[in-house]
Design a protein around this ligand. Sequence first.
Ligand code: PLP
Length: 478
Amino acid sequence: METIFDISRPGAKAYSLPPLDVPVKPLGDLIPANLLRDEAPLLPEVSEGEIARHYTNLSNMDFAVDTVFYPLGSCTMKYNPKVNEAIASMGGFSNIHPYQDESQVQGALRLMHELAQWLAEIGGVKKVSLQPAAGAQGELAGMAMIRAYHERNGNPRSKVIIPDSAHGTNPATAAMLGYKVVTVPSDEFGGVDIKSLERLLDEEVAAIVLTNPNTLGIFDKNVVKINEMVHSAGALSFCDGANLNAILGKSRPGDMGFDVLQFNLHKTFSTPHGGGGPGSGPVGVNEVLEPFLPVPLVEKDGAVGAYYLDYERPFSIGKMKAFYGNFGVMVKAYCYIRSLGAEGLDHVSDIAVLNANYLKNKLEGTYILPYDIPCMHEFVLSAERQKKLGVKARDIAKRLLDFNIHPPTIYFPLIVDEALMIEPTETESKKALDRFVDVMKQIAEEAVENPDIILTAPHNTPVSKLNEAEAARHPHLK
Ligand SMILES: Cc1ncc(COP(=O)(O)O)c(C=O)c1O
């Protein structure tokens, strides 16, 4: 496809302005001479129509949750109701400025205050800060609070325990904060191996980081026991809340004994971000960690009924992000929670789990199912059987593109060979799920009968399969 520079035509303009009816002022009168360019910038010259077509065509080359089934495990790519977008774009939300006086933004502050309270209720925690801008940043905030807690107790510990099924951001976060990462293996049911945990828990352990349900889509039934063991060793426990979609309205990390969790608003509460969109990763804590929450917190002055930003928290770990977090994502999450209500949220996890189990049961004969137990909102298959025929998980992922389906997450979690991690979410119809099953079965048949068609895929996309080594060594950059 041509770039915008390829379609540039000298003299083409995307604007038309009436002739100037005031005297022209030389630029040098307005901007200091040393800041002026010598030559005009090299910008493409195109008409408005050409710009519109160019970018619309570019966007049509992409895969999006608005156009295709997007079972990207661990990313919860659910459909994002458009009413949330419309509300987040309303001037009262989108045209306010972070430096505006609190008295002028009471509605925005109220929205943040209520959202934080609802999240605390959903997570079973005492208090929530909306500061972090992504799940990973929420993890960083959570772990930083744990470190601050141990330091304040005069006992800065040096290790963090993380299961071998964990998302990469968990060990990365612990390492960024200076902790040594100790890996605890999973047992045959995909949960934490309790005996190994027992051995690893010593006086140097600051925390455990658990995802529950974990990245295999399995709910660790020992979670309460694990948290008790961790606490008896003087450590704290962090819940990676990225998989909250599976347990919304059913169970709460706070009740499971976790001290802190992050919410991925952009997954559980719409605003899908699997393509790298904006995120928001609030952190919620119990009493023990409350003093350390990132500032500002949005509080309500009971006497006058006004909302305000509270920075007066002497033990706070400080700010995670400029201003108050990613406000637009908060508005969408607020709308999502408010429009579904408690019953609706409970129904979300019902259907998310049902859809995942439906797909798992339909596909388990065709692909290897390493953990053969009921799953939560996602499950992991292995393409080991297909690999023996010369077709790997990544080839299957590319072939799916030919059928207008976004590939699942592949090669994660690391403990499953040739992993295909599938998360259908609750917003897909049975028809969409059945089509995915048919396509996955067809690909498995192709692996036997005509592997070449998979190995050369994708065939229907604007960019076909890349020679990855060649692309890395001799990239064509523009
Ligand atoms: C289990 C898990 N934890 C943490 C994260 C990090 O979240 P984010 O991408 O919002 O930084 C992800 C993201 O995909 C995840 O799947």
